[in-house]
Every structure is written in structure tokens, then in C-alpha cells.
Design a protein around this ligand. Structure first.
Ligand code: KIV
Length: 267
């Protein structure tokens, strides 16, 4: 188990040494504590919370106050992992000053150590200003879920030459303005490799193949706690949804039958 506190510098060191960067999302204290204890490198308080925690169909409707609340819960648990907060839809697209103020809230009120922002070339100016005030930014290109209605669904990005060049240029610009890492979502594995090899900035893949510098998945997906759909890139490591049903059903039966509480469980 690694002991040193992970920082944005750790990401660069890991890319240099070839050690893969392992990231997961978390939205609550307990999960964050478990991930931190097992030595996960980075925890993202993702706006995927809107889907997996709040049961909404997209990430679009989650707000700043909800995201700050989840960030506080996660940061209360974490000692070692780098905690990054996801900037929700319309918290950074409206103006540069909105973007700086909202990004700052995640550090001041949430306790995060950086923010994640969706978008390539079109977001570069905003990201540059946020970094200039001292807030580390993780970029996010490829399939960007806040643009789901523009894409018309969760489809693989960067398959044609024009989109491939746009993503490559976006990654290079995001590196130029100082993003400390870039999430590559749902792109062909060859493009994931090409981008990762063309920049010094660590890339974190989610459906972008094995050659990214690190990987991220939504924790509810890998634990079997999200049952609406399963993207191709998700690997399920547990079926906790089934376990929860089993345990709660047994409790229900025990209460109904008078089996619970026993003498030992009574005062
Ligand atoms: O919101 C999220 O969880 C994400 C990732 C998984 C990259 O953006």
C-alpha cells in the first residue's frame, strides 16, 4: 500500500515511471474511505452522481450545491487519494468568472484538490483562467455526457478523421494551458494510444483502451449498484445490488416472523 499523499505531481511521476493511475468515482463518506484505504490514486466526485445516486436519466440536472455536498462527504473520509470534483452543467460554460467562482467553491467549501471540466478546444480559455488562479484542472474529452443531447446518444467519438483531429488538437491545447490530466471517454483504443503518446499530460481512459496512462470507472457500475444499463467498457467486480436485496429481504422476513430482534439484541 502506498503511503504518500497523492497530488497532481504524483500523476506526472506515474506517467513517467509507467505505473498505471487507478481512479474511481465516489459520492459518499463510506465508499470514499474504502477506496482511500485500498490505495486508489484518485477519487472523482463525478456528476454521474445524478444518475447513479439521484436516479436521473442524464448528468445535466445536478447543481453546484449538491456537488459541493457530495465533495464534502468524500473529502471527510480521504487521507491519501487525490480528490477531484466534477463541475456540473452550466457551472462553467456561462462565463469565465462563473467558472472560477464555482471551481473555487469545490476547493474552499468541498475540500477538493482540483476540478474536472468537460470540453476540448472550446473550453481551453476558461480552463486556462481557472488554472491561473491556482485550481488544478482535469480535462475531459471524447464522449462528454453533458453534451449528450448534442451527440444524440452515448456513441463512440473520434471515429472519423475530422473528429480524430479535433480530439488530438484538444488534448494538445489542454496540455498547453496546464491540465494535470485528461479523461478520454468512449473513443477507439488506437486513438486513446495516439493521444496518450502525443502528450506528457497523463490520460485517464474510460472506454478508451488499455494504452491510456490510467483508468477510471463509476464505482456503482463496478459494484453492480447501477442496473439501468451497462456500457461496453464497464467490468462488474461485484453484484452488490443482488446482495442488498438478499440481506434486506431476510431482515423483512425476520421482522415479520418475530425472528428479529432476539434476546441478545434486546436490552
Ligand atoms: O461523472 C463521472 O463519473 C465522470 C467519469 C466517470 C469520467 O465524468
Amino acid at each position: 500500500m502506498k503511503k504518500e499523499k497523492a497530488t497532481v505531481k504524483t500523476f506526472y511521476q506515474m506517467k513517467k515511471s509507467g505505473e498505471k493511475i487507478a481512479c474511481l468515482t465516489a459520492y459518499d463518506f463510506f465508499t470514499a474511505r474504502v477506496l482511500d484505504e485500498i490505495g486508489i490514486d484518485c477519487i472523482l466526485v463525478g456528476d454521474s452522481a445524478n444518475m447513479v445516486f439521484y436516479g436521473q436519466k442524464t448528468t445535466l440536472s445536478i447543481g453546484m450545491d449538491q456537488m459541493v455536498y457530495h465533495t464534502q462527504a468524500v473529502c471527510s473520509a480521504v487521507k491519501r487519494a487525490l480528490v477531484i470534483a466534477d463541475m456540473p452543467f452550466l457551472s462553467y460554460q456561462t462565463s469565465i468568472s462563473d467558472a472560477i467562482l464555482n471551481a473555487g467553491r469545490f476547493l474552499k467549501e468541498g475540500g477538493a484538490e482540483g476540478v474536472k471540466i468537460e470540453g476540448g478546444l472550446e473550453m481551453v480559455e476558461t480552463i486556462k483562467k481557472i488554472i491561473e488562479v491556482g485550481i488544478p484542472v482535469m480535462g475531459h474529452i471524447g464522449l462528454i455526457p453533458q453534451s449528450i443531447h448534442k451527440f444524440g446518444g452515448y456513441s463512440v467519438q473520434g471515429k472519423d478523421e475530422k473528429k480524430r483531429r479535433y480530439l488530438l488538437q484538444s488534448a494538445q491545447k489542454l496540455e498547453e494551458v496546464g491540465c494535470f490530466s485528461i479523461v478520454l471517454e468512449s473513443i477507439p483504443k488506437e486513438l486513446g494510444k495516439e493521444i496518450s503518446e502525443s502528450i506528457r499530460t497523463p490520460t485517464i481512459g474510460i472506454g478508451a483502451g488499455p494504452d491510456c496512462d490510467g483508468q477510471i470507472l463509476v464505482v456503482n457500475d463496478i459494484l453492480g449498484l447501477f442496473e439501468e444499463f451497462k456500457p461496453k467498457f464497464v467490468r462488474k467486480y461485484a453484484e452488490l445490488g443482488k446482495e442488498i436485496r438478499k440481506a434486506c429481504r431476510k431482515y423483512l422476513e425476520d421482522v415479520k416472523s418475530g425472528e428479529f430482534p432476539s434476546d441478545e439484541e434486546s436490552y
